[in-house]
Ligand binder design. Structure first.
Ligand code: IVH
Length: 747
């Protein structure tokens, strides 16, 4: 149907082009903003194909197009984008008192404080809403932005102005002041809103957080105005001058400016005081009148906050102590199998919907085959050996933002005809055998890139905007080319032209492609053979390796070869770490059910020790997970991705077709130490090694453990020995700690 538009007269083509463009824009807007599609997916696809065909057949129309560049790319939400002057971060989580002790300990260690040195914190409820950044210039509210991805948010200024807790003008404020806090809805207002919505046949919201988010993000600010939103101020971004010397006083200043601050904010001089306040808040949770999901602890002294700084996405000086997991019982209606990018067959429980801690849950993870069976391949018993069957009455466990899981089963309520679940031995998507490696709890589709589910998901991610971003090759085209048998894994993309000697001809004959667009596609692919390391890492689609993590990995290892060989070396230590995590998870669940606190470290240590990891593997693993922004979750996921034979072969094949640009260490161009390799030796008196290293890295330096010809600066404290001598022999610049601080303070 759509190729035929090549016969249209130029005038008719132009008219149809503008009409299609308007229809597609309207459909995008309805879909993305209002959660209310106006046409079916199939109709949308047909319109889009017709539009693409017109673009191909009438290249001159490009000049009229507001869409051509965004074909295949995500459609914007309708709000303008705002780059945050200071990134909006999230918080690390603590679940047990022990995690809070560890938080305080790691701060002391980082700052070099003695165990008994005074360290004050603030503690306040963690509001379950959505964060908002308000920018005031000379006391006038100029801009309001949602968090977005942390770096770029949405401009919701008009909406924020309708919230009565948000002052439009404040007095005695610094010239630039960004106030950050949480937009939320009270229980009472939420219930009344849902009642009003239902009465007029509009959609109701699942919980107050969704209602708050849906109400703030309205293109028509008069709708926001009609919604009862509130705001608590608890943090700040860009500032032209400091607000105070402590967190507590800064919050007091917000209150003086006219903001609502949470009345349960307290100063706590010790971890015991934090825990006591946590318990107090937990006891009041049901009567507060708004949702909270934990308590946030922050180091009180702002100069210490500054020294502690940030990891990739979370501050070192704050943590969220989450309330314990919520439990509920419901019926298991079916078990579905999902096939992931890596071929893992993941069983998903389809449940009779049930509310768990204020959220309606109808899907939960069943982890893997052994988890359903009630015992693992090593003969370990799971849930007292109780298997899980369709029709069973099951217990759902939900902790914070993690995916809910089926935690237990009630055998007394089992229907008589319930049959033991048979885990599929073949992939439901491609029928390839699904196999398990020894010691692996996951059954995987052996189809690799033959499996359409794996192949397509992988390639869509590969071409996405933050990955290879190949102009003209979006998700739709990947699906089309895959269905036609043209591409089966990312490396095939780079052979497209050569494998189809007459590729151009073939592509031209396809719906929606003309001479120009086909040629453009091939040259766009060629252009991307040279790819920066961080994009390459991101493109692999490894779980948890998002854009920020990929950049951190690139900066830490510098080259793909260095990263891959470090992961190979660290593999035994990664497996031991996972065994520790699993043991802790089991202990935590037992503790929740028995109503006690879990014992974490003993459980973990015993499980890790049982593995007997070689020291060089332990060292490579420690280097990986201690690197800024990386950590064990990502470490494990990377380690897995590179250890699966077919995955690795596909990656190696891809690497052979590319030139991967090594990462530039220098980030902070105006820093005098950017790109320099520095080594610390001897005793540092003003800060710990960890802090010295983190600060140097934040300024774009690379911190090495030993002196070599590549070293640029040696910072030698008292007691420096062989490293200082070696540096002198090699003629390397050497300075003491004070000179180093003077050097970096210039920045
Ligand atoms: S402080 C640099 N304080 O929790 C960290 N956040 O999980 C600044 N939140 O994105 C955040 N109540 O949306 C902070 N009292 C509170 C909070 C709070 C809720 C949210 C906030 C943040 C998320 C992190």
């Amino acid at each position: 149907m759509s190729q035929s538009n090549g016969n249209l007269s130029p005038e008719a083509a132009k008219a149809r082009f503008l009409q299609l463009q308007a229809q597609l824009d309207a459909a995008d807007l309805a879909y993305h903003q209002s959660d209310a599609p106006i046409i079916s997916d199939a109709d949308y696809d047909a319109l889009r194909r017709e539009f693409q065909a017109l673009q191909a057949n009438f290249p001159d129309l490009e000049t009229l197009s507001s869409r051509s560049k965004s074909v295949g790319a995500p459609v914007s939400s309708g709000f303008d984008k705002i780059q945050h002057a200071v990134r909006m971060l999230s918080l690390g989580n603590a679940f047990e008192s022990e995690d809070v002790q560890d938080f305080a300990k790691s701060i002391r260690k980082y700052l070099g404080l003695a165990g008994d040195a005074q360290l004050d914190f603030t503690a306040e409820p963690k509001i379950d809403g959505l964060s908002l950044s308000l920018r005031y210039v000379n006391g006038q509210l100029m801009q309001a932005a949602t968090r977005g991805d942390g770096s770029v948010g949405e401009n919701v200024t008009a909406n924020a102005r309708t919230i009565s807790d948000i002052p439009h003008v404040i007095e005695n404020a610094p010239e630039i002041l960004e106030v950050r806090g949480e937009v939320y809805m009270s229980h009472e207002d939420f219930a009344a809103l849902n009642e009003r919505q239902a009465a007029v046949g509009d959609k109701t919201f699942a919980n107050p957080r969704n209602a708050a988010a849906g109400s703030l993000r309205q293109l028509d600010a008069s709708i926001t105005k009609s919604r009862p939103l509130r705001f608590f101020a608890y943090a700040w971004g860009d500032l032209s001058q400091p607000l105070a010397q402590t967190q507590f006083e800064a919050i007091q200043r917000f209150s003086d400016f006219g903001f609502q601050t949470n009345p349960l904010t307290r100063m706590c001089p010790s971890v015991d005081a934090l825990i006591a306040h946590y318990q107090d808040i937990e006891a009041q949770r049901a009567t507060l009148g708004y949702d909270i999901d934990g308590v946030v602890y922050k180091v009180n002294d702002l100069s210490l906050q500054e020294r502690l700084g940030f990891r990739a996405t979370t501050p070192r000086w704050a943590i969220a102590h989450k309330f314990p997991a919520e439990l509920a019982w419901t019926r298991l209606e079916a078990i579905d199998i999902q096939v992931g990018r890596t071929g893992a067959l993941s069983p998903v429980a389809r449940l009779a919907p049930v509310t768990v801690g204020g959220v309606v849950v109808s899907n939960a993870t069943l982890h893997n085959e052994d988890y359903i069976a009630g015992f693992d391949s090593k003969g370990q018993v799971i849930r007292d050996n109780k298997d899980i069957r369709v029709g069973d009455w099951v217990q759902i466990y939900r902790a914070g933002d993690v995916i809910p899981k089926v935690a237990d089963v009630d055998l007394h309520k089992r229907p008589n005809d319930a049959k033991a679940y048979e885990f599929p031995m073949a992939c439901p998507e491609c029928q390839s055998p699904a196999t398990r490696e020894e010691g692996d709890s996951v059954r995987r589709c052996s189809g690799g890139m033959i499996c359409p589910a794996q192949a397509v998901e992988k390639m869509k991610h590969f071409v996405s905007r933050a990955a290879f971003d190949i102009e003209g090759l979006g998700a739709k085209q990947v699906e089309q080319f895959h269905a036609d048998g043209w591409i089966n894994d990312p490396s095939d993309i780079f052979d497209l032209k050569q494998n189809f000697g007459s590729g151009l001809q073939q592509l031209k004959n396809k719906e929606g492609w003309g001479d120009k667009s086909a040629e453009n596609l091939f040259s766009a692919i060629e252009e991307k053979r040279l790819i920066p390391l961080r994009r390459f890492i991101f493109s692999l689609g490894v779980r948890h390796a998002g854009e920020v993590a990929a950049r951190d990995l690139a900066l830490h290892y510098g080259s793909w070869e260095a990263l891959a060989s470090a992961l190979d070396l660290a593999r035994p230590a990664a497996l031991a770490h996972r065994a520790g995590d699993e043991a802790v998870e089991v202990e935590r669940h037992k503790a929740t059910v028995e109503g006690r606190r879990a014992k974490i470290s003993d459980t973990r240590n015993a499980a890790v020790a049982a593995y007997g990891v070689p020291p060089e593997a332990a060292a490579a693993w420690a280097d990986l997970i201690n690197a800024d922004g990386i950590g064990p979750v990502l470490g494990l996921s990377l380690s897995d991705a590179l250890s699966i034979a077919e995955e690795r072969a596909a990656i190696d094949r891809l690497v052979s077709k590319l030139t991967i640009e090594n990462a530039e260490q220098a980030q902070a161009a105006d820093s005098p130490v950017a790109g320099k390799t520095v080594v610390f030796t001897g005793t540092l008196e003003k800060m710990t090694r960890a802090e010295a290293k983190a600060r140097a890295e934040a300024l774009g330096a690379k911190v090495a453990g030993s002196v070599s010809k590549k070293t640029d600066i040696l910072i030698a404290g008292p007691g420096a020995g062989s490293k200082a001598k070696k540096a002198a022999d090699l003629g390397i610049q050497t300075m003491d700690e004070d000179s180093w601080l003077t050097l970096i303070d210039q920045t």
